[in-house]
Ligand binder design. Structure first.
Ligand code: URA
Length: 290
């Protein structure tokens, strides 16, 4: 039995295990540091400290001590420089850097390498690895989910957990396997505790998934869930109304791609009665593939 004021040093092994199990059940399944941090105190101290001179050169010229928060230059090496980190860049600056970098990727391998080295998204710090894609880059159909969960984060492959297993069964129902599709996520790093990515995190990652879609060049895009639909297709309606309707995805400067949204398999795990809607969407997708 724990008493108020107990610290972990007062606990025996069994109590520690129970505490960890409780944390895990509450969704706290990630240790960021051995010691707690008072982020409010850190932020207050940073606000009163004199502004440090920027550590990186800017596109406009060499580093300027009087111009804080200049966007980093894109000259080689383009990423993973000491000055480019999520804490130092605003979301807008990081998104702009991501846009410029993504454009330079001539292949999926290039893109993966750029993303591995990109430090502009804070999620990368807590994720254990990049979760880039699975399936066949030559596939006619590309599926895009929201963000990796714990299983995906451990394996570095999208949709391998329970939702992924259901997705495999859904695809199987219309005769498709992983080698017939290409699968990625809007956000390729796991948000801690599987929380929803913030709009800023999504904005920073958006140029990468857009470039990924361009490089794959699918004939059909399937958005899995509301977040993917709203981000990629700009649909404002809720997923329950907008699912199953054909629309188009417009890549930058490329040919439009037929697109459709369906319910996310994780939602179906919680709401099995909604599977009947997805069955209709799957038949639409099969028809669309001819
Ligand atoms: N949910 C997603 O949106 N993507 C994954 O890869 C796994 C679960």
């Amino acid at each position: 039995m724990l008493s108020p004021g107990d610290t972990t040093a007062d606990l025996d092994a069994g109590q520690l295990v129970s505490l960890l199990e409780w944390y895990s059940a509450m969704g706290i399944d990630l240790a960021l540091d051995a010691e707690p941090h008072d982020r409010f105190a850190e932020a207050a101290a940073a606000a009163t400290a004199p502004a440090p001179a920027p550590r990186v050169a800017t596109q406009e010229g060499p580093a300027q001590a009087t111009a804080p928060r200049q966007r980093p230059a894109l000259t080689a090496p383009p990423v993973a420089r000491p000055g480019l980190d999520a804490a130092a860049l605003s979301a807008e600056e990081a998104a702009q850097t991501a846009r410029e970098l993504a454009r330079t990727a001539a292949s999926l391998d290039d893109l993966r390498a750029l993303m591995e080295a990109f430090d502009g998204c804070a999620l990368k710090r807590t994720a254990s690895r990049l979760c880039f894609a699975d399936g066949n880059p030559q596939a006619r159909i590309m599926l895009v989910g929201e963000a990796p969960g714990g299983d995906e984060d451990r394996q570095g492959v999208p949709f391998v957990g329970r939702a992924g297993q259901l997705l495999d069964r859904m695809l199987g129902a219309i005769g498709l396997g992983r080698s017939d599709v290409y699968i990625a996520n809007v956000v390729p790093w796991r948000p801690p505790g599987n929380r929803t990515p913030t709009p800023q995190e999504t904005a920073v990652c958006l140029p990468f998934i857009r470039r990924q879609i361009e490089l794959v060049g699918p004939q059909m895009l399937v958005c899995l869930g509301a977040a993917s639909m709203q981000t990629l297709l700009g649909v404002k309606e809720g997923i329950t109304r907008a699912r199953g309707k054909w629309t188009t995805y417009a890549p930058e400067g490329g040919t439009e791609v037929r697109a459709i949204a369906t319910l996310h398999p994780a939602y179906l795990l919680r709401t099995p009665s909604a599977k009947r809607f997805v069955w209709r969407d799957l038949r639409e997708i099969k028809k669309g593939l001819g």
